[in-house]
Write a protein that binds this ligand. Structure first.
Ligand SMILES: Nc1ncnc2c1ncn2[C@@H]1O[C@H](COP(=O)(O)OP(=O)(O)O)[C@@H](O)[C@H]1O
Ligand SMILES: [Mg+2]
Length: 254
C-alpha cells in the first residue's frame, strides 16, 4: 500500500504555546485512522495544519507525493482534501439542500462566491440531494438549518465535506454532542464512506466508537504524539491511560 499522507516533524506554535510538537504520522491509501487525545491535545491544530488554516513552524506535510506546506487552502482542496469542522456553521438563510448545493457548486467553480449565483442549478441540487441521502438526512432537504437538531447538523457538515469529492476526508469530532444511537449511526456511515474508497482521518473524543470502527489509532497529548498502533494495544498502553485519566481528573476538579 502506498502512503496517501505523510506528516513529518510538524510543529505549530502560537506565541508561547506549542500546540503540536514535532509530530510525525502517515496514512495509507484507503485507511480509516482514528486521531485521538484529550482536550487541548492539539488535534484540531494538526488538522488545520493539514488543511492550511495554520502554517507549521517547522515540518512537512505531503499528500500523494506533493508538499502541502505553503499551498493555499483551495489548492489543497483541489488536490483532494475535504474536511468538516468541529463547530458546525451552515448558512442559516438557505435550506439544507442549498447549503450542500453551494458546496457542490464551489467545488466545480473553485470559488464560493461565484457558486452563490449558481445555487439554483439543477445538476448541483441533484448531486446535493444524493449526498444528503448518503448521510441519511434527505428528509431535511428543505428545512432551515437553524431548526435542526445537532445530529442533523453534524451530518450536514459531512455532506458539505463530501461535496468536494475528497480522496482524503478529515473529520473533526463529528460525533461530539450526539447521543449514543446517533453517534453509532454516524460512525457506521463513516465506515461506509471508507468502504466506498475514501481515506479518512477521524478526530474523535468518543473512544468507544473510535475503537469500534478504526483499524489504527494515533494518540496525541499536550502536543506530542504519545502512541500509535492497533486500537486495543494503544488503549491499554499506560501512557495513554495516564493521559485520559489526567483528563478525567481535570473534569472532576472543574
Ligand atoms: N489560534 C490559536 N491561537 C492560540 N492558541 C491556540 C490556537 N488554536 C489552538 N490553540 C491552543 O493550542 C492547544 C491545542 O488546541 P487544539 O488544537 O484546539 O486541541 P484539541 O483539538 O486537541 O482539543 C490549546 O492549548 C489551545 O488553546
Ligand atoms: Mg479540537
Amino acid at each position: 500500500m502506498s502512503k496517501l499522507l505523510e506528516v513529518s516533524n510538524v510543529k505549530v506554535q502560537f506565541g508561547g504555546v506549542i500546540a503540536v510538537n514535532d509530530v510525525s504520522f502517515s496514512l495509507d491509501e484507503g485507511e480509516l485512522l482514528g486521531f485521538i487525545g484529550p482536550n487541548g491535545a492539539g488535534k484540531t491544530t494538526m488538522m488545520r495544519a493539514i488543511t492550511g488554516v495554520v502554517t507549521p513552524t517547522t515540518g512537512s506535510i505531503v499528500l500523494a507525493g506533493e508538499e502541502l506546506v505553503g499551498l493555499p487552502i483551495h489548492r489543497r482542496v483541489r488536490m483532494g482534501l475535504g474536511f468538516s469542522q468541529q463547530l458546525v456553521k451552515p448558512f442559516r438563510n438557505m435550506t439544507v439542500l442549498e447549503n450542500v448545493a453551494l458546496a457542490v457548486g464551489s467545488h466545480h467553480t473553485g470559488s464560493p462566491l461565484s457558486a452563490l449565483f449558481k445555487v439554483g442549478r439543477d445538476a448541483e441540487k441533484l448531486q446535493a440531494r444524493e449526498l444528503l441521502s448518503q448521510v441519511g438526512i434527505a428528509d431535511a432537504a428543505d428545512a432551515d438549518p437553524s431548526n435542526l437538531p445537532l445530529g442533523y447538523l453534524k451530518r450536514l457538515e459531512v455532506a458539505r465535506a463530501l461535496a468536494l469529492d475528497p480522496t482524503l476526508l478529515l473529520l473533526d469530532e463529528p460525533l461530539a454532542g450526539l447521543n449514543h444511537a446517533e453517534a453509532h449511526k454516524l460512525a457506521d456511515m463513516i465506515v461506509e464512506l471508507n468502504k466506498a474508497g475514501r481515506s479518512i482521518i477521524l478526530i474523535e473524543h468518543n473512544l468507544g466508537e473510535v475503537m469500534r470502527i478504526c483499524s489504527r489509532l494515533v494518540v496525541q497529548d499536550n502536543g506530542n504524539k504519545i502512541a500509535e498502533g492497533d486500537p486495543e494495544n494503544v488503549m491499554s498502553a499506560p501512557v495513554v491511560r495516564a493521559a485520559y485519566l489526567g483528563e478525567s481528573a481535570d473534569h472532576a476538579a472543574a
